[in-house]
Design a protein around this ligand. Structure first.
Ligand code: ADQ
Length: 726
């Protein structure tokens, strides 16, 4: 990893605060910062993010000082003021997206001022990242707070290498689609070339939302946009294994263990460590512990629960309420079961220094990790790493991403209080040999797929995704474009064949002729090209001849309609020679039946073909119906002459002899041209490309595999190229 790596995340790994008027710099705790720290060792990197202090509290001089100090630590600050922090961070990020992504729709707040600020702040992060974006840079954007950044960057520079990783779960599409700004969020993330999630389930849910909400299909996890490919994959985050493995028996840890009564007593310890967040299931865990004590009073004075909760997001109401709930439950349970010299629960509401955390991991006989939802959960992995004696029992919620990897934990449904209470009992009474067997297997996994491996994997796949993009596609580069323009200029007998929908005009929702009329600009452009008497312009389309005629009344533009069914030249239409009545009679009822059973489908009948359009059909249904329709049509036709074809959201039935290749082969072969340009986007245009002489300029619009010599990204790029010809 020698190229520049730009990490973009909401929080920097360094927190700045002001104590007695002096600036203080501290490394901050939290899943993400633990994760990315290790990357800095292996790449020339810069980390862009918020330093954790409101800019209202800072003078310009202090801001400069912070920027300079952070630069020394490989960081670059994005300063946010209180209003921005309130609406972007506590608001849209933590009161809208966070609850929805964790299946808490009741906690979600929809407030348009939050959304406005989310967009604003995302733009600030994008601009800051751009300052470092050299040609070879890789930009890695993190998490739900910055979902718009990839697209914002892409819009500014389409060639950037951008990755995005989501640290939370991605919810099922039925939950995701509750978000008012769902389209913009998906489009935002799709600005990246690689999108990573912790588990394959999240990948699957993301792809389902992309399909349902935006109608983008994917092939084996690669989303095909009009002009780019976006790869998605699962990268389960790991931990810095050695740090926890070594940490659990360093000298400081041992001295902590000696000072605490807890470590000398014969009591069994059940440990619970989290950020105080309602997704972590702390109240539910307390209920399960209470039930366990009710069921097994013999464990009173023999087992204690140590609960450590790190204060988190105190500005958000749901978190204030959570703290109150936890504290009520702790005091109620302690009130019920305590004696003068003993309490069943030790509760701390504070962050723990690393050594104390490790001492607790090493001491805990049972680790209770029962989030109601969690993207991954690093605490579970840290406990496993810290168990150098290879014993101990992990009770893990199957709602955490970590459950996919740590299958040797006691897996529980955190909502099933009785099951969790039973698991506590099972954990406290499990035989040592069983404990070691399970723990060693989990240690093997956690020690192999570490945080370093995770980060390297992601960055490597990000580089590969760019290579794939560059080698797969035959993008027309600037130099090739110059040669094309030069050849055009030098020639005097030019044939220019242009497909219409998807090439000169973006697709409309329906095939309805009125919705796809050429704009005045496009008409003017074609007129200018046609006025040059050295040019022969032909529009070649699958549309009806009446439609093409209506669109282009200019006599000098040649028209080929219905993929060659009709040809218009010198003011006259000629017709393809075929009797269609027999086969049309057979397939029409089938097509009509499939329109009736498929909301949104439209049947278009032309002189020589049928087109069953499904652009407006709900994508999953469209997929099932189009496959069934193809099979049924092929069965009914029973002839070799008529083909069933799949194009851009369309199933077509037509003669195999009638295609764009046949339609233009004769014309192109005439030895009268010294320059041929053919542009199209669909499978029907592939026939045209194949029929062209090898020195013709054939150009496909989009990312599909093509027989054309070159590819171009979009309709806008086609129009730009035509403009350059003029
Ligand atoms: P978090 O929701 O913060 O992370 P988690 O993965 O458990 O959750 O990471 C928490 C980190 O904070 C751990 O490294 C832990 O040691 C530390 N921590 C917790 N309690 C502490 C305490 N009392 N004192 C000191 N340190 C404490 C988000 C997602 C997760 C995902 C991570 C990483 O919500 O699902 O695993 O990002 O992608």
């Amino acid at each position: 990893m020698n190229d520049k790596l730009i990490i973009v995340s909401t929080r920097l790994p360094v927190s700045v605060s002001k104590v007695d008027g002096k600036l203080r710099y501290e490394s901050s705790a939290g899943g993400l910062s633990t994760a990315i720290d290790s990357l800095k060792k292996s790449a020339d990197s810069v980390w862009v993010g918020w330093p954790g202090i409101a800019s209202d509290d800072l003078t310009p001089k202090e801001k400069t000082e912070i920027t300079t100090e952070l630069q020394k630590r490989g960081c670059y600050p994005v300063f946010l003021n209180n209003n921005e922090i309130n609406k972007f961070y506590s608001g849209y990020s933590n009161s809208t997206l966070w609850p929805l992504f964790h299946y808490f729709p009741k906690e979600a707040q929809y407030d348009s001022s939050y959304w406005d600020m989310y967009q604003d702040v995302n733009m600030q992060f994008a601009r800051a990242a751009l300052k470092f974006a050299t040609a070879n840079a890789k930009i890695w954007v993190h998490d739900y707070q910055l979902m718009l950044v990839p697209k914002m960057l892409r819009d500014i520079n389409k060639d950037l290498t951008i990755g995005f990783f989501l640290h939370t779960p991605f919810p099922a599409s039925e939950v995701f689609r509750l978000i008012p700004e769902r389209e913009a969020l998906l489009e935002g993330v799709l600005g990246a070339s690689l999108i990573g999630f912790h588990t394959y389930d999240y990948v699957h849910y993301f792809l389902a939302s992309t399909l349902k909400i935006l109608g983008y299909e994917n092939t084996l996890g690669t989303v095909r946009l009009d002009n780019r490919l976006v790869q998605t994959d699962a990268f389960p985050i790991g931990i810095d294994y050695k740090k926890y493995a070594k940490g659990s028996y360093n000298r400081k840890v041992s001295s902590i263990q000696r000072t605490f009564d807890l470590f000398r007593a014969k009591t069994q310890v059940i440990l619970s460590v989290d950020r105080a967040d309602y997704t972590k299931g702390i109240p539910e865990r307390l209920d399960a512990f209470e039930l366990f004590l009710d069921r097994h009073p013999d464990f009173l004075r023999r087992a204690v629960l140590v609960i450590v909760a790190v204060p988190s997001r105190g500005d958000v109401n749901a978190y204030k309420e959570l703290r109150a709930t936890i504290e009520q439950k702790v005091s109620r349970i302690n009130g019920r079961f305590s004696t003068i010299d003993w309490s069943p629960i030790t509760y701390r509401y504070q962050p723990l220094p690393f050594d104390e955390l490790c001492a607790l991991y090493a001491r805990a006989d049972v680790m209770l990790v029962t989030p109601l939802r969690d993207g991954m959960n690093l605490v579970a992995k840290e406990y496993v790493a810290a168990r150098h004696s290879h014993n101990g029992v992990l009770i893990l919620s199957d709602m955490a991403g970590a459950a996919i990897e740590l299958t040797d934990a006691l897996l529980v449904n955190p909502n099933n209080t009785s099951q969790v209470a039973d698991a506590i009992y099972e954990g406290l009474t499990m035989r040592e040999t069983d404990q070691r067997k399970r723990m060693r297997k989990m240690q093997a996994r956690v020690s192999q797929y570490t945080i370093e491996k995770w980060a390297q994997d992601f960055v490597k796949e990000l580089s590969d995704s760019v290579k794939k993009r560059d080698t797969n596609a035959k993008w027309l580069n600037q130099q090739q474009e110059r040669v094309l323009l030069d050849d055009y200029k030098k020639s005097s007998r030019r044939l220019i064949l242009l497909d219409y929908d998807g090439t000169l005009k973006n697709f409309a929702d329906s095939p309805d002729a009125d919705r796809s009329e050429p704009s005045i600009k496009l008409k003017k452009l074609l007129k200018t090209l046609t006025q040059d008497k050295q040019n022969k312009i032909i529009i070649i389309s699958g549309r009806k001849r009446t439609t093409l005629h209506k669109y282009f009344r200019n006599k000098d533009i040649g028209l080929i309609a219905e993929h060659g069914g009709w040809v218009y030249d010198d003011g006259q239409w000629t017709k393809f020679n075929q009797n269609t009545s027999d086969w049309k009679k057979k397939v029409k009822p089938i097509l009509k039946e499939f329109v009736a059973r498929t909301p949104g489908a439209v049947l278009e009948e032309k002189d020589f073909s049928f087109a069953w359009h499904y652009r407006q059909v709900q994508p999953n249904l469209a997929y099932v119906r189009k496959e069934a329709l193809k099979t049924k049509l092929r069965g009914a036709l029973g002839t070799d002459d008529i083909g069933v074809y799949e194009g851009q959201k369309i199933i077509e039935v037509k003669s195999k002899r009638m295609n764009k290749g046949v339609a233009v082969a004769g014309l192109a072969a005439k030895n009268q041209w010294d320059f041929i340009l053919a542009i199209g986007d669909d499978y029907t245009d592939e026939d045209m490309f194949l029929a062209m002489p090898t020195d013709a300029y054939t150009i496909n619009v989009g990312t599909d595999h093509t027989n054309a010599r070159y590819q171009i990204r979009s309709v806008d790029d086609v129009l730009e190229l035509l403009r350059l010809l003029i």
